[in-house]
Structure formats: structure tokens, C-alpha cells
Design a protein around this ligand. Structure first.
Ligand code: FAD
Length: 538
């Protein structure tokens, strides 16, 4: 399969296509991992596809992951072998198709009890066996000296050795943008900042969507043979748009569960290995992951009924992460060390009469439902398996004769735009040109390639250049300061105060790129308010 060339992602071009009078094969609602995967797979099979995202690609849950491309060690402990096997398979596929944005990462589980090394080591050998030929490296038993060599700041007191195993990590938001752009290169129309406000229904069947261009207020009326609702924790809102006037609300299928991450400097855990504590004192899982020059600590799993765009962390969640990180690292991170805090909502699927209060018992697998109206709803699952989920969704569309069947498998070897890894540079290092893969030359051809707005302070390398902001607008569909600093660059997630300091400079470049219609001051102010939330602890 050949690599796609740089597509025309200008908003005017995409909007003009969405406004054309025609019937599309498929309209996808939601531009997170799930919707983007469906749109790309369908476009790659030759269907005509339009995708509408209310905010920005991955603005919902899909930019707030732990950044792991993984089989899910803890799901193996729960005995969910088929889920783990599929995810391990998808892990390898994703790493191969986007090597600039998804790479292998070695994890170390330190052991502080005599039985831990053997117990977890055997489980991880099973993990290797399930990965089979798609494994990334063999699990190894480590002495305490070897454990300390790989995790120099791990607590020494009581350390009895460790186990090293392999999984992957990725830049979730940049991967989302790469999926969107690759889908455009395959002929799809992918529009961010276009919320779907209603469904087009004819004789009880869903035959398209009504959306609003959030920038101009213009209404888009889109006719489609098949509509897929891939709105994550919002799927129930869309399911409720799909009902007759006066009909009662449909019971919800999603039980959101909140996950918090804290980001601290790399000094707390230098090196290129992640730390996994499979069972903290109160039985939870804790990760410390080196990512883009910082360390991510997390996460939590707290039921939450209200679904908001920017959920706030609970004080208990922050205390848990800092307390447990302090137990396993030499130097305990304190509140003032936190550079950024972000919160994501997992769309866990309720089954039968399960109790929504205990989200750990809910399904971590994805669910596809087809309503009487023919609208296909998909939710749950995880980032790692987005590609397989897309295949399942299209299979259901074929079963219900919403679309003519075309064989699956076209995305197995479909490199995403930019697919190429710069030798010797990994995702554990500060952000920089390496994240642009094979598009570095295009990036460097833009004005400001050597004008750095921000440099990573620890390495003095990488950072955010003027050209990266221009690239975000010209090629990556960024429309606001937030789109740039939260998801094209990840500065908001790495250091929220620093991101706020860059808001003015980014707004000025956006104004230059987008012209008079862009309200630079409003975009800057909105971002500064958001950044305050990302560096304010409860
Ligand atoms: C804390 C946390 C950590 C995680 N870590 C990992 C990990 O390390 N690895 C992994 O594989 N998975 C991980 N996951 C799971 C993974 O992030 C999710 O499964 C995945 O991102 C869900 O994607 P989605 O597209 O279904 O939902 P979303 O990303 O939320 O996308 C839904 C989209 O629909 C849009 N939308 C809503 N209403 C409308 C409308 N009316 N019109 C148009 N658009 C609309 C929203 O704006 C949103 O962008 C994690 C999840 C959480 C919460």
C-alpha cells in the first residue's frame, strides 16, 4: 500500500464538499479515536464519508489517555484473554502504521515482596505468549541492581528485584490528527468544530444529520445512507435525538468513569523505562510513564454521572496519585511539582442490571448497537483497538444492509500520513520535529522553522516553533489557540503554565494565517482560562 500524499485540508475546501447536494454512503458523528477509525476504514474501502466533530479531533477522551498502546496487563489478570490478544495484535499494527507517533516502550514492575517477581513474571510470560510473533520483546526477570539501573529513582528500601516487559506508547492527539488527515487523503470529508444538532429522519429511519459550522453558524444538511454515532461518553445524547416526538428518553448505555493524570518533570523518573505498580496498597494500578520529556503519573477510575467537556479532578484522586508515586519513587512529587493535570472520561458500557456505581465491573470492551432507525452506535473499547473496532462497526453496517459489503483488512497495512521514524529519537524525548515523521521537510519549508517559541528546558532540544504553528493551521486543521497548544503541540498537557505564556505568540501566528475572521484575543483568552484549570489542583 502506498503512502498518501499531503491532502488539501483547508476548511473552505472541506466545507464546500460537505455542502454539496448529494447523498453520502456514511456520516460519522464524533472525531475521537473511534469515529476517526471508522471514517478512515470506510474511506479506504472506497465509500464516500463525511465526519463531523463538535469541537476538535480528539478533544474528548481521545487526547487524555495514559498514552499506552497496550494489550492491557490488568485485563489479563482479570482473565479476559480474548480482549488482551486482540489488543496485542492491534498494538503491533498501530506501531507499524504510525512509527513516528507510536513506539515500543519497556516497562518495569518493581517487586517489594518475595513472591511478586515470580507471580507477575509468569503472568507477563503469558502476555508475551499471547502476542506471539507480534511481541515487542521478551519479559525479563531483574535483580534489584538491574531494576535500579533501569529505574534510577525507584525506591531502594525493600526492593527485591523486578520484571521488565514491553508495551507501546503514543501521542494520542497527534495520532488522531494523522488519522483525520489520512482519511482526507482517501477522499473523506473530515470537519472539526461542527456539532451535529439533529438527525435527519425519514419514516422512522435515520437518513443523515444536521450540523452547524461553529465558526460561521451555517447549517449543514447532510444526507447519508448510514449514520454512525461514535460520540464516546456522549452517545446517549445522540441516541436520544433518535426518537419520535413525545417518546420517553432511552435508558443510557454509558457509565462514565473519570481518569486523572498528573505531569511532573523528568527528574522524578529519568530514563526511558516506564514504571508499573500493578497493585498499590489499596489495590489500584499506578503508572509512571516517560513521555515527551516529562513523566506522566496516573491514573484513577472514579464513577462520574455528569458528562462535561472539561471535567475537574477530585482532591482524593490527586492525593492518591501523589501518595502512591511517593511510595515508589525516591523523591516524592509534591503538589507544587505538578506541571499539568488533565482528566478524561472513559465511556464504559453498562450491561444488564450492573450497578453503575462500580465502574470497574463494567465492560472495557466496545459495544456496537443498531437502533430500529438504523443508526449505528459504537462506544467503549480503547485507543489501541480503534482499528479493529472500526472493522466491527462496518461489519454491522453490512449485516443490516445499510452499505454494500466490501471486504475488510484494508487498514492493516495502511501507513498514516508522516509514517516514518527518525532513528534514535523516541517519544520519551521532548517534543520536536521527530513527531512530523516524513513530513519534516514540509514543516521546515514553512516560515519560522528556526524560530522557537518554546524550548524544552531540560534538554534544550525540540519544543514549539513558529513553523509548527503554521503547519498546524495549513495542514492539521487547527482553528484556535487551544487546537494548537493542546493537541497539535502537547504543551498544555506537559506544562500548562508555560502553555499559557505562549498563548499570545500562537494567537498572533494564527491571526496571520487565518486572517480577519479569526478573533485572536478571544481565542487567547479562552485558552488562558483553560490552561489555568490544567495547573490548578483541587
Ligand atoms: C484516563 C484514561 C486513560 C486512558 N488510557 C488509555 C491508554 O493508555 N491506551 C488506550 O488504548 N486507551 C486508553 N483509554 C481509552 C481511550 O482513550 C478511549 O477508549 C478512546 O479515546 C475513546 O474514544 P472515542 O472516540 O470513543 O471517544 P471520544 O474521544 O470522547 O470522542 C467522541 C467525540 O464525539 C464528539 N461529539 C460529541 N457530541 C457530538 C455531536 N453532537 N456532534 C459531533 N461530535 C460530537 C466529542 O466532541 C468527541 O470528540 C483511556 C481512557 C481514559 C479515560
Amino acid at each position: 500500500m502506498t503512502k498518501a500524499s499531503t491532502p488539501d485540508t483547508s476548511r473552505a475546501h472541506l466545507l464546500a464538499q460537505a455542502q454539496a447536494e448529494r447523498e453520502w454512503d456514511l456520516a460519522v458523528i464524533g472525531g475521537g479515536a473511534t469515529g476517526l477509525g471508522v471514517a478512515l476504514d470506510a474511506a479506504a474501502r472506497g465509500f464516500s464519508v463525511v465526519l463531523l466533530e463538535a469541537e476538535d479531533f480528539s478533544q474528548g477522551t481521545s487526547s487524555r489517555a495514559t498514552k499506552l498502546v497496550h494489550g492491557g496487563v490488568r485485563y489479563l489478570a482479570q482473565g479476559n484473554v480474548s480482549l488482551v490478544r486482540e489488543a496485542l495484535h492491534e498494538r503491533a499494527t498501530l506501531l507499524a502504521n504510525a512509527p513516528h507517533l507510536a513506539q515500543p516502550l519497556a516497562f518495569v514492575m518493581p517487586g517489594f515482596h518475595w513472591w511478586e517477581r515470580g507471580f507477575y513474571g509468569i503472568g507477563l510470560k503469558m502476555y508475551d505468549a499471547l502476542a506471539g510473533s507480534r511481541g515487542l520483546g521478551a519479559t525479563e526477570f531483574l535483580s534489584s541492581a538491574e531494576t535500579r539501573a533501569l529505574l534510577p529513582t525507584v525506591r531502594r528500601r525493600g526492593l527485591m528485584g523486578g520484571v521488565k516487559y514491553w508495551d507501546g506508547q503514543f501521542d494520542d492527539a497527534r495520532l488522531a490528527v494523522a488519522l483525520a488527515r489520512t482519511a482526507v487523503a482517501r477522499g473523506a470529508v473530515m470537519l472539526n468544530h461542527c456539532p451535529v444538532t439533529a438527525l435527519r429522519r425519514e419514516a422512522g429511519k435515520v437518513r443523515g444529520v444536521i450540523a452547524r459550522d461553529a465558526e460561521t453558524g451555517v447549517t449543514l444538511t447532510i444526507a447519508a445512507k448510514c449514520v454512525v454515532n461514535a460520540t464516546g461518553v456522549w452517545v446517549d445524547d445522540l441516541r436520544n435525538m433518535d426518537r419520535d416526538a413525545g417518546a420517553p428518553e432511552k435508558p443510557g448505555i454509558v457509565a462514565p468513569s473519570q481518569g486523572v493524570h498528573l505531569v511532573v518533570d523528568r527528574a522524578f523518573m529519568p530514563g526511558t523505562h516506564a514504571l508499573l505498580v500493578p497493585k498499590t496498597e489499596d489495590g489500584r494500578v499506578l503508572f509512571a510513564v516517560p513521555w515527551l520529556g516529562k513523566t506522566i503519573l496516573g491514573t484513577t477510575d472514579t464513577p462520574r454521572e455528569d458528562v462535561v467537556r472539561e471535567p475537574a479532578p477530585f482532591a482524593e484522586e490527586v492525593q492518591f496519585i501523589l501518595r502512591e508515586a511517593g511510595r515508589y519513587l525516591d523523591k516524592a512529587p509534591k503538589r507544587e511539582d505538578v506541571r499539568s493535570i488533565w482528566v478524561g472520561l472513559r465511556p464504559l458500557v453498562r450491561h444488564g442490571d450492573e450497578d453503575g456505581d462500580n465502574t470497574k465491573q463494567l465492560s472495557r470492551e466496545h459495544t456496537v448497537l443498531v437502533g430500529r432507525s438504523g443508526m449505528v452506535t459504537v462506544t467503549g473499547g480503547k485507543w489501541t483497538t480503534y482499528r479493529a473496532m472500526a472493522e466491527d462497526v462496518l461489519e454491522r453496517c453490512f449485516d443490516r444492509q445499510l452499505l454494500p459489503r466490501i471486504a475488510k483488512g484494508v487498514t492493516v497495512q495502511l501507513p498514516l500520513l508522516g509514517a516514518s521514524r527518525r532513528a534514535g529519537v523516541s517519544l520519551t524525548q521532548a517534543p520536536g520535529e521527530h513527531l512530523y515523521g516524513s513530513e519534516v521537510a514540509l514543516l521546515r519549508s514553512l516560515p519560522g522553522a528556526d524560530r522557537w517559541l518554546w524550548r524544552d528546558p531540560e534538554s534544550g532540544q525540540g519544543g514549539l516553533s513558529e513553523a509548527m504553528v503554521r503547519f498546524a493551521v495549513r495542514h492539521e486543521m487547527a482553528r484556535s489557540v487551544e487546537d494548537v497548544l493542546a493537541r497539535r503541540s502537547r504543551l498544555l498537557f506537559l506544562d500548562a503554565a508555560e502553555a499559557a505564556r505562549q498563548a499570545g505568540a500562537v494567537a498572533a501566528i494564527l491571526a496571520d494565517e487565518l486572517g480577519a475572521a479569526f478573533d485572536a484575543a478571544a481565542s487567547q483568552r479562552a485558552f488562558e482560562a483553560l490552561a489555568r484549570q490544567y495547573h490548578t489542583l483541587p
